[in-house]
Design a protein around this ligand. Structure first.
Ligand SMILES: Cc1cc2nc3c(=O)[nH]c(=O)nc-3n(C[C@H](O)[C@H](O)[C@H](O)COP(=O)(O)O)c2cc1C
Length: 174
């Protein structure tokens, strides 16, 4: 199974999370581990499982490198690929658009044929008003808030990595 991790970041927080996920799952778990600004949208077609790290910016918008990919997704065939999401946001600063980017890209990738419902997490330890990242009552991925809840990040990542290896039926490489 070819597994990729692509993250976008403006101030480094999502990159740091991506690194922690790599530490947790092992160096060899991902065939490619890359800043999304370095890839072409068609590169997404080369893998069976896509871990996507996406922060929400500009009040409900995608981080800009992800926006570039998103704008070209209609030309990409993601049929049968499993997609997993992790994102960073700020629930106190942006309670009406908290983690919106997760849901925006998730739904678009499903439209392009991807398989979702992997790595969903509960909303109950977050306080916000509205989020496009909530699908069927759960975040459609791992929602992290290093602005308001940095003390929860490490354990959330550990729990999520354990959850997703079970859901994917794969072993960590660490
Ligand atoms: C101008 C601005 C707009 C933001 N908009 C949102 C938002 O709509 N929703 C949200 O959850 N977080 C929002 N954030 C918070 C960022 O997503 C958060 O700081 C994130 O960790 C940044 O990730 P990065 O360092 O990987 O780019 C915003 C932050 C700034 C400075």
């Amino acid at each position: 199974m070819r597994i990729a991790l692509f993250y976008g970041t403006c101030t480094g927080k999502t990159e740091a999370v991506a690194e922690q996920i790599k530490d947790e799952l092992g160096e060899d778990f991902f065939e490619i581990f890359e800043d999304v600004s370095q890839i072409e949208p068609s590169d997404l077609e080369d893998y069976d499982v896509l871990f996507c790290g996406i922060p929400t910016w500009d009040v409900g918008e995608l981080q800009y490198d992800w926006q570039d990919i998103y704008d070209q997704l209609d030309d990409v065939d993601l049929t049968g690929k499993k997609v997993l999401f992790f994102g960073t946001g700020d629930q106190a600063g942006y309670p009406d658009t908290y983690q919106d980017a997760l849901g925006i890209v998730y739904l678009k990738m499903l439209e392009r044929g991807a398989v979702g419902k992997v790595g969903f997490t509960a909303t109950d330890t977050h306080e916000f008003e509205a989020s496009k990242g909530v699908i069927d009552g759960q975040f459609c991925g791992l929602a992290l808030d290093d602005d308001c809840q940095p003390e929860l990040t490490e354990q959330r990542i550990k729990d999520w990595c354990e959850q997703v290896t079970k859901e994917l039926g794969v072993e960590a490489a660490s």
